[in-house]
Write a protein that binds this ligand. Structure first.
Ligand SMILES: Cc1cc2nc3c(=O)[nH]c(=O)nc-3n(C[C@H](O)[C@H](O)[C@H](O)COP(=O)(O)OP(=O)(O)OC[C@H]3O[C@@H](n4cnc5c(N)ncnc54)[C@H](O)[C@@H]3O)c2cc1C
Length: 392
């Protein structure tokens, strides 16, 4: 039985269509792209041509206007296909800019960019993280200085995923120096062309998810027209938060997909592999951890569903924040648990690329760290749900 049907009944037709598209891309395709660090152009093209990039984008911008739960289902199926995060990142990164534009962009920016993003013609990377600020985004130091009708930007970003493939970056800058009394103010978002003079891009050698390279971005006096500001000058931090809950939900769905692949493969292998004259899956020490992984994913899927429902119903922001953060924590921990059990189940063969377990294991591990580390999720829940003192 596919683990998929134990979890979900909704968006079944969409799930089947996406799974069908993904089945055209073999495990070997993904292994090669991961190994060689090559962007999966064929998959990205097929996904965009199928209309999936625009699934939850409003119809007036070339999308299908489906609810976010449909996009979550789509990304879960992509993750579960064996493409793992190499596949997911290639299609979700450009979509991260869309909610920010829809909410805060000018009509001109929306009409210029969004139809191109959903058509797979415009890849935008997301430039938040800096080497010296880390998780504490208000400490970024990339600075945009106003000069007449333009801004001049200098600074450095790190882990900018997709920058080598992207035409633009949604860049988070400071336009005022940090004020301790109001740490989040003075941050401004820009859409910057990555071929501008003064930009250097350096890929970071990574241990995994290499099909979408992550890069250092160096900006030296980069001139950007003032009409490339997204939203209000100085309000960029709150604009960024706009997209955060949706991103957490989609990420959680990807975790479920990754975890499903691990559970399904573990169960299959445990039945097929015979040692001591019987399938290894006949041992409780093999079958129980696989089953426990399944249960953790099942529990996480219900919290994710509650988060999607609250989000779609426009529930109050505290309730949505609590559910999306809970889903992110539970789904990422569950998928890593399932991946680690897959590693144990496959024994020595988990180290052979041929079995694709190591690839999934490393990518599931990543989900506990990025785009937000699980300690920060616990910080949020401790403060906002349990009324504990703010710790960060
Ligand atoms: C493969 C990959 C792709 C990425 N892609 C992008 C991208 O496209 N765009 C982008 O902007 N960023 C991207 N990132 C960056 C990612 O969002 C950050 O790595 C992540 O937010 C953590 O930041 P950091 O690595 O600087 O950790 P740090 O902030 O240095 O933290 C290190 C550790 O300390 C913990 N810690 C720090 N402070 C606290 C505290 N107060 N309480 C409890 N624990 C704490 C953290 O949780 C973490 O475990 C990517 C990262 C990776 C690995």
């Amino acid at each position: 039985m596919s683990v998929r049907y134990a979890f979900h009944q909704e968006h079944r037709e969409i799930r089947e269509a996406v799974a069908q598209l993904c089945s055209q891309f073999s495990l070997e395709y993904w292994d090669e792209h991961e190994r060689d660090g090559v962007f999966p152009e064929e998959f990205y093209r097929a996904f965009a041509d199928g209309g999936w990039l625009g699934a939850s984008t409003p119809v007036e911008y070339g999308g299908s206007g489906l609810p976010i739960s449909a996009l979550a289902a789509i990304l879960e199926e992509v993750a579960a296909s064996g493409g793992a995060l190499d596949a997911c990142a290639s299609v979700h990164i450009p979509l991260l800019t869309v909610p920010v534009l829809l909410r805060h962009g000018t009509p001109e920016q929306c009409h210029e960019m969004i139809p191109r993003i959903v058509a797979g013609e415009l890849f935008v990377s997301f430039g938040v993280t800096e080497p010296t600020a880390g998780t504490d985004t208000t400490r970024i130091s990339t600075f945009a200085r106003r000069r007449g009708d333009e801004y001049v930007i200098s600074g450095q970003k790190v882990w900018n995923s997709g920058a080598l493939r992207a035409e633009k970056v949604l860049l988070v800058t400071r336009t005022e120096h940090r004020d301790e009394a109001n740490r989040a103010s003075g941050i401004t978002l820009f859409l910057v062309d990555l071929d501008s003079d003064g930009i250097g891009i350096q890929p970071i050698p990574k241990i995994s998810r290499n099909a979408v390279k992550s890069c250092e971005l160096f900006l030296d006096e980069v001139v950007v027209p003032a009409d490339r500001v997204v939203g209000e000058v100085g309000k960029g931090f709150s604009h960024l938060l706009t997209g955060l809950n949706g991103e957490r939900l989609l990420l959680s769905a990807e975790c479920l997909g990754l975890g499903r692949w691990c559970v399904e493969q573990s169960a299959r292998y445990a039945c097929e592999r015979s040692v001591f004259g019987r399938p290894i899956g006949a041992n409780q020490s093999v079958q129980h951890p696989i089953t426990e992984g399944y249960l953790k994913l099942l529990a996480a899927s219900h919290v994710l569903e509650a988060g999607l429902e609250a989000f779609e119903a426009g529930a109050d922001s505290d309730q949505i924040g609590a559910l999306t953060n809970s889903a992110k924590f539970l789904a990422s921990e569950a998928c890593y648990f399932a991946a680690d059990q897959a590693f144990q189940t496959f024994g020595g063969y988990s180290f052979a690329r041929e079995y694709h377990v190591g690839r999934h294991w490393a990518q599931c591990r990543l989900q506990r760290v990025a785009p937000v580390a699980n300690q920060l999720v616990l910080n949020y829940l401790a403060e906002r749900v349990l009324d504990l003192p703010r710790s960060y």
